[in-house]
Structure formats: structure tokens, C-alpha cells
Design a protein around this ligand. Structure first.
Ligand code: ATP
Ligand code: MG
Length: 476
């Protein structure tokens, strides 16, 4: 069955507060551009020559490079070439001195870069920057849209590209066409019901009913009638024939949700149906065959409940034919950007608001949070954010407070190089800081047993930033 598709390497939803690198050997020019562009809301970094610029480009991502062409060490064209090599989608704007433009025009065309003659008009520069960034953003959104359209209709609502979710999808594909009983486990909000529906709607039973039963809510007194139905006159008040849930689900699927909450009496009755696949309506004489597929879900540890004697062992084995575990969101933080983007589009459409993306600061906060309420909590957070957001891009301020607080409560690590120890002869601060940084990253990795998501959490940073540092320091 190829109808279950996942979207791999989804780009993050939006390019927000764009990162611009300015390169100019002339100080006044650098400062002017820096102030101007900061004021426009961009994240600005400056470099005073080509060599410094290239080293910055190697260290972190930029959306745009604005460079003087003529510089004493390396020409701006060379910086641009290197920048494109590192990141083909970076936007280049070269500032050319009067008359030098002809000589580099061909290069700029090849590198798909724009240029501006010196002296330039500030308004025009601002306009070009905005236009280029917007064009880039639309291109990215287009890619996203195409991928979404390519996915089958039925599964367009299940998002996940992490390795963990890929194996879930694969298992669903394999077992959906069978009639096997599946026990779906996972913390609250991990998508158990969504997966149960996916199994049903990808099975030959898809045109028959999917009946969800909340086992915790089944009353012991009305149980027989609820599950098996009754005939008229079976008990006081039974003035019509009534089908039970099992009969309603005939030839379809019955979803026994929260099966860990079932009382002992209900467990016995259910076991009988599972064993015999037959039942009788209350007060009725005919035995009715039950052709139903059973899917069950719980956020509790049933094998532990069996050991404690609170869940029947025989019932457990009948239910746990194919176990399917949904990992908590913190074990698949790779999926957070895609899920968050999905929910933003969904709620923006529902609320008719022009919100199109998520700022990188907000995304960092989302990826750094542990999500105890899993996808449901993320969904609620994004609904709230879309409702509150005054601009078109979700900002960190629109996220629930507990997400921000999560970062603030991190215990502070004592600086391991107190400034009093400052060596009299001076020292290379940058190198020293990098050394400390590397040590902490490596130690976090060790403590997390090599699991990057966990290591990132230990350091209160997003998985994305953490991955950047492991690459920078070549740590495995
Ligand atoms: N992979 C996913 N992609 C998109 N939405 C998802 C995904 N997983 C879960 N959701 C959404 O998250 C919410 C919670 O999912 P669901 O109700 O299936 O969780 P659950 O595991 O049954 O939770 P509980 O144990 O609390 O009943 C739903 O709105 C669901 O649509
Ligand atoms: Mg549920």
C-alpha cells in the first residue's frame, strides 16, 4: 500500500528575521549598513574583509550576503563564489564602485547575484533586499506546497519524517490490510487514535464503521447493553431493540481506547467476545457472530499492570498481538518544525489569518521544549500562537509562557574560567571559549549516551543548534 507517505526533509516553514552578512573594508560603510538593516529588523553580522567573511560563512548559515567588490585581501566576487558553494540558496548583492561593474557582470549573472552601484540610494537598497528575501521565501514555500499536494489525501494529516515515525508508518502499511489485533501504546497526545484511524482507513474494512469505545467510560451496570445491545423488554426501560457497539462495528473496526482503564468485570466480558467472536443481545436468544477487527490503545504499561494483577493476563495476550509504540515527541524533535508548520497552516486557514511562518527564535524555543503533552500540546500551543500573533510570522512572544520558562529555569553552570585568573600576558579569548564550548558539547553527548536530542536538551539548546556544534567540532 503506497497510500501512506511521509514527507522527508521538509524545509523549515519560513524564513523570518533573515540573517544578513555585510562585508566591506570601509568602516563607515559597514556601520551605516549595519544600523540601517538592523532597523529593518534583520539579523546583521559584519565582516571587515573577505577572509573574515568566509570564515563566518563556514561557521553559520546566512540568508543574504551584501559585499563590496573591491577589497584588499579577497574580492567580493570570490567571497560570493565561496558563499554559494557553501549554501546555493544564499542571496548575493554586490556593491560595485562606479565603472567596475562591467568587468564582473558576467560573473554576477552566473552566480545569480544582484549588484548595486556606489553611491547607492538607501531606499533602493532596502527595497531590493526585501524583494529578494521575499522571492526566496516564496520559492521555499512553493517546494513545501508541492510536497504537501503530493501526499495522499487520507494521510495528509499524519506528519512525521523522523526515523522513529518512518518505522511506525512502515508497520502501519504492513498490518493495515490484515485483520490482526493491534495494541497501540504511547504517552498521552502522541497520536494513538490518529494511527488507529489510519489503520482502519487503509484496510479492506474502510467502508464499514470505525467505532471508538472509551473503555474507562463504560459503566459496569449498563455494560452488557452497551457492548451487546438488547432486545425489547430485556429489562425495565428497554422499550426498543438496540444494537450494541460490537454489532454497530460489524465488518468494521472497533477501537478500544484507554483499555488500561477497564474494570475487572468489563475485562472478563470483553475476553469472552475476543475468544468466541460471538455474542448474544441482552434478552435475546440468537448467537450473533462478530466479524470485527480490534484495535486497542493505552498510555499505561499493561505488562506492568499484568504483573500487579490489575489487568488480566489472558486478555493482555489477546490484545497485544501486534504491539505498536508511538514515541513521545521529545524522542523525535526532528518532527517538531514540520508539525509546528502543519498546525500553523491549519489554524491560519481556519482563523482566516495571514500567518505564514515561524521565526527562528520561536522555532528554537519549540525545539528546545520537552513537550510532556506531546503533539496535542504542540497543536494547542500553535493554535494559541496563531490566534495571538499580530504579524505574519509566529514570534517567540506568542508562544505559551511555560515554553519560555523552560529555558529560564536551566541551572546556571559556574564559569570555569573566572575572570580573576586572567593571565598577565593576555590570552586568546576566542580560542579559549571555543575550547570550553567543545568540552561541554562532548560531555553532553557522553551523558546522553550519544543521543543528540537528549544532549541538546541537557544544554538547553535546540536540536538544530546542537547539530551545528557537533559538526563544527567534528564530534560524533
Ligand atoms: N503525526 C501527527 N501529525 C499530525 N497531527 C497529529 C499527529 N499525531 C497526533 N496528532 C494530533 O494530535 C492530537 C492528539 O492525537 P490523538 O488524539 O491521536 O492522541 P492520543 O495518543 O490518542 O492521546 P490520548 O492518550 O491523550 O488520548 C490530535 O489532534 C491529532 O490529530
Ligand atoms: Mg486518545
Amino acid at each position: 500500500m503506497s497510500s501512506i507517505e511521509t514527507v522527508a526533509d521538509h524545509p523549515p516553514v519560513a524564513v523570518e528575521s533573515s540573517r544578513i552578512l555585510i562585508v566591506d573594508d570601509e568602516r563607515s560603510m559597514r556601520e551605516m549598513l549595519e544600523i540601517l538593516l538592523r532597523r529593518e529588523g534583520y539579523e546583521v553580522t559584519v565582516a571587515e574583509n573577505g577572509t573574515a567573511a568566509i570564515s563566518l560563512l563556514q561557521q553559520r548559515p546566512f540568508d543574504m550576503l551584501i559585499s563590496d567588490v573591491r577589497m584588499p585581501d579577497i574580492s567580493g566576487v570570490e567571497v560570493l563564489r565561496k558563499a554559494k558553494e557553501l549554501n546555493p540558496s544564499i542571496i548575493g548583492i554586490m556593491i560595485t564602485a562606479y565603472g567596475s561593474k562591467e568587468s564582473i557582470q558576467e560573473v554576477l549573472r552566473l552566480q545569480a547575484a544582484d549588484y548595486l552601484d556606489k553611491p547607492f540610494n538607501v531606499e533602493e537598497l532596502k527595497f531590493r533586499i526585501r524583494k529578494e528575501l521575499e522571492r526566496n521565501r516564496l520559492q521555499q514555500e512553493n517546494v513545501l506546497l508541492k510536497r504537501v499536494l503530493n501526499r495522499s489525501h487520507q494521510f495528509s494529516n499524519i506528519i512525521g519524517a523522523s526515523a522513529a515515525m518512518a518505522s511506525v508508518f512502515q508497520l502501519v502499511e504492513t498490518i493495515a490490510p490484515t485483520s490482526s489485533t493491534v495494541l497501540i501504546t504511547g504517552e498521552s497526545g502522541t497520536g494513538k487514535e490518529l494511527i488507529a484511524r489510519a489503520i482502519h482507513f487503509n484496510s479492506p474494512r474502510k467502508d464499514r464503521p470505525f467505532v471508538a469505545v472509551n473503555c474507562g467510560a463504560l459503566s459496569e451496570t449498563l455494560l452488557d447493553s452497551e457492548l451487546f445491545g438488547h432486545v425489547r423488554g430485556a429489562f425495565t426501560g428497554a422499550d426498543t431493540n438496540k444494537k450494541g457497539l460490537i454489532e454497530v462495528a460489524e465488518k468494521g473496526t472497533i477501537f478500544l481506547d484507554e483499555i488500561g482503564e477497564m474494570s475487572p468485570l468489563v475485562q472478563v466480558k470483553l475476553l469472552r467476545v475476543l475468544q468466541e467472536r460471538k455474542f448474544r443481545r441482552l434478552g435475546g436468544t440468537d448467537e450473533i457472530g462478530a466479524d470485527i477487527r480490534i484495535l486497542a490503545a493505552t498510555n499505561r504499561d499493561l505488562s506492568k499492570m499484568v504483573a500487579d494483577g490489575t489487568f488480566r493476563e489472558d486478555l493482555f495476550y489477546r490484545i497485544n498481538v501486534i504491539p505498536l509504540r508511538l514515541p513521545p515527541l521529545r524522542e523525535r524533535s526532528d518532527d517538531v518544525p514540520m508539525l509546528a508548520g502543519h498546525f500553523v497552516s491549519k489554524f491560519a486557514e481556519a482563523m482566516n489569518k495571514p500567518v505564514t511562518g515561524i521565526s527562528s527564535a520561536a522555532m528554537g524555543t519549540l525545539q528546545g521544549y520537552a513537550w510532556p503533552g506531546n503533539i496535542r500540546e504542540l497543536e494547542n500551543a500553535m493554535e494559541r500562537a496563531v490566534a495571538l500573533e499580530p504579524t505574519t510570522i509566529i514570534s517567540a512572544e506568542s508562544l505559551p509562557e511555560q515554553l519560555q520558562a523552560h529555558r529560564a529555569v536551566q541551572p546556571q553552570v559556574a564559569a570555569s574560567a573566572p575572570a580573576e585568573d586572567f593571565p598577565a600576558t593576555g590570552f586568546d579569548l576566542e580560542q579559549h571559549v571555543q575550547h570550553i564550548e567543545r568540552e561541554y558539547i562532548a560531555e553532553a553527548l557522553r551523558r546522553a549516551g550519544g543521543v543528540k536530542v537528549k544532549a541538546a536538551e541537557l544544554l538547553g539548546m535546540s536540536f538544530r543548534s546542537f547539530r551545528y556544534y557537533t559538526k563544527k567540532y567534528n564530534l560524533k
